[in-house]
Write a protein that binds this ligand. Sequence first.
Ligand code: TMP
Length: 237
Amino acid sequence: MEKKEMIYEGKAKKVYATEDPNLVIVEYKDDATAFNGLKKGTIAGKGVINNQMSNRMMAMLQEHGISTHYVQELSERETLVKKVQIVPLEVIVRNASAGSFAKRYGMEEGVRFEEPTVEFSYKNDALGDPLLNDSHALALKLATRQEIDQIRSMALAIDRLLTEFFRSIHVDLIDFKLEFGRLPDGTIVLADEISPDTCRLWDSDTHEKLDKDRFRRDLGHVEEAYQEIMRRLTKAK
Ligand code: TMP
């Protein structure tokens, strides 16, 4: 499958058309941003790791009955995916307090929840991705009631599968962000990526951060953290 014109460039990926109107090619960049693009940098080798990790996670989820956009890895940085219309919601699942949750509710980081939380942000850079609830999403016509219910139940099923997988490589899945898309027939599928850019991944014993928080918070050893996750993934069953 050949790349045709670029149809979209985001902060971490480019999307290209192909000769098949239902398929696009995603190319992962090493560019990193944080705080809605305010902080910019590069993480050498990130694009390769995020591409390979995301594909591995999507394939695993698919084997467990989760529909995703994933079709085929084409190269180190490029993957063929189904073309979707992205639902403009950032779907965040949390198993423990961290990041904006810890800040908003004045809580220390790393406190485990009895049940995972699911929250939505309106995917809108100009507005700074504001938090919203179901009725706000309905009022803004971002998704239907049925789609919101399905997205929430898929997000929780994905959380169970990812948590178990990461446990097997000695990583605690603290929280993560998902995006969903609609196929032409309206089917909802998991889209975007699952990577250290979009998950908080802590070593199970030392609680060392092995994710993009090292970049966001200037903790150093950013590349090494991505490489360590990839090393563990490669060894996983
Ligand atoms: P938060 O605690 O900053 O709300 O982030 C929750 C999770 O979502 C965390 O794993 C990082 C991920 N995330 C993204 O993937 N993209 C974003 O733009 C933000 C703000 C968070």
